[in-house]
Write a protein that binds this ligand. Structure first.
Ligand code: ASC
Length: 159
């Protein structure tokens, strides 16, 4: 049998643990608007990578894609590029993010790069519609998109 003091200490520890657990649950269930905006952005970039990745692999001869898939990844990449452009509201500048503050303090430079990304993805979608992942034209369109990804990351994404 525990002493009274031990029982009180045990009960207090249990209540503290429950309190912490419920606080954690509240935080998980209720992200702040900034957290939501950052999560949304990261989701958009996962979809960007999920569509560009296979095209980049195909351009390097690492995977063989069905012609239909080449077209579809191209279209979806171009569509999601618009989402990426709109995924940087000012509220999302602070928090757990590698997005650098210059995105918001030097917005014109950022917008120019993000618009180039949109243009190059549309050009790639047009080439991908012809579904020849072995063509030089396709490889060069993929390379152009990759360069816009890298250019913006080098300047506006923290390492
Ligand atoms: C990708 C990806 C990037 C770009 C970049 C291109 O597939 O996730 O961030 O390409 O590596 O240079």
């Amino acid at each position: 049998m525990m002493s009274r003091n031990r029982r009180v200490a045990f009960a207090r520890a249990a209540m503290a643990a429950l309190g912490l657990a419920s606080m954690a649950a509240v935080q998980a269930a209720d992200p702040t608007p900034a957290e939501r905006a950052i999560e949304y952005r990261q989701a958009v970039f996962k979809v960007v990578a999920g569509n560009f990745g296979p095209l980049a692999q195909a351009a390097q001869g690492k995977v063989m894609l069905q012609p239909q898939s080449v077209r579809q990844y191209g279209e979806r990449l171009a569509a999601v590029a618009d989402f990426a452009r709109d995924a940087f509201p000012p509220i999302s500048s602070e928090g757990k993010t590698r997005a650098r503050p210059e995105i918001w303090s030097d917005r014109a430079s950022f917008d120019q790069l993000v618009n180039e990304f949109g243009e190059k993805t549309r050009a790639l979608a047009a080439v991908a519609a012809r579904a020849d992942a072995g063509s030089d034209e396709f490889k060069s369109a993929v390379g152009a998109v990759g360069n816009t990804c890298k250019g913006c990351h080098d300047k506006f994404r923290a390492r």
